[in-house]
Design a binder for this molecule. Structure first.
Ligand SMILES: Nc1nc2c(ncn2[C@@H]2O[C@H](COP(=O)(O)OP(=O)(O)OP(=O)(O)O)[C@@H](O)[C@H]2O)c(=O)[nH]1
Ligand SMILES: [Mg+2]
Length: 204
């Protein structure tokens, strides 16, 4: 799929402010600084549509982007960084995943060097309990050799399976090296098609 149009549609901080539409929506979530906004820019092929920073906590609101006039990307604030706004952010993220109509799939990003932390596992349990469809994206893979990366992924899989949930589909990306974009876009395209054909029902 070629990305020919990217439009920023707004930032929201409360569930009741979110606007509604009937297009499929894909959310990017994960701890602060794992590379959510960078990945959105990479997918959208737009260097600066989402704000990127080396300081954790740079995305504070939920940002909506309309792609090709037919699907949405949402950039979520990272969880687990600032103590001050931690509760507020957690509530915003949970409200979003619990109640957002047309959330078709959530991408849960993890920095491949630090993969699964307790806070990620807690979030995964929550997603499973809420029956939210999600997949995992291992980010910044340029930082590890492929052997170590695969070891980290195996460990992550083991930890998830210990909780009796299964490892979801996953992707390996490096925005720096330009890896993994095609696979994610293909996955989104498959979901868009199923959504059009009414083969999948939105999460809520
Ligand atoms: N080496 C490397 N660095 C990356 C990659 N992707 C993102 N980064 C860097 O990681 C840092 C954080 O990136 P962001 O995209 O702002 O992360 P975020 O998850 O949106 O962060 P918050 O909005 O604070 O939750 C920035 O310094 C990026 O340049 C990557 O693939 N490789
Ligand atoms: Mg961000």
């Amino acid at each position: 799929m070629k990305i020919f149009s990217v439009k920023f549609k707004g930032s929201f901080v409360k569930l009741h402010q979110f606007f509604f539409h009937n297009l499929p929506e894909y959310a990017f979530s994960g701890r602060s600084n794992v590379g959510k906004s960078s990945l959105i820019n990479f997918i959208a092929n737009c260097k600066k549509i989402a704000k990127v920073s080396s300081h954790p906590g740079s995305t504070k609101l939920i940002n909506f982007f309309l792609i090709n006039h037919e699907w949405y990307l949402t950039d979520l604030p990272g969880y687990g960084y600032s103590k001050r706004k931690k509760k507020e952010k957690r509530k915003l993220i949970l409200d979003y995943v619990s109640y957002r109509k047309n959330l078709i799939l959530l991408f849960l990003l993890m920095d491949c060097r630090t993969v699964l932390q307790k806070i990620d596992l807690d979030f995964i349990k929550k997603l499973n309990n809420l029956k939210i469809r999600f997949c995992i994206v291992f980010t910044k893979t340029d930082k590890l050799s492929s052997r170590i990366l695969d070891k980290k992924i195996d460990l992550c899989k083991e930890e998830i399976e210990k909780t009796s949930f299964s490892m979801p589909k996953y992707f390996k990306v490096s925005v720096k090296k330009g890896y993994g974009r095609k696979e994610i876009i293909q996955h989104i395209q498959n979901f868009n098609k199923s959504y059009k054909e009414k083969l999948i029902i939105p999460n809520s």
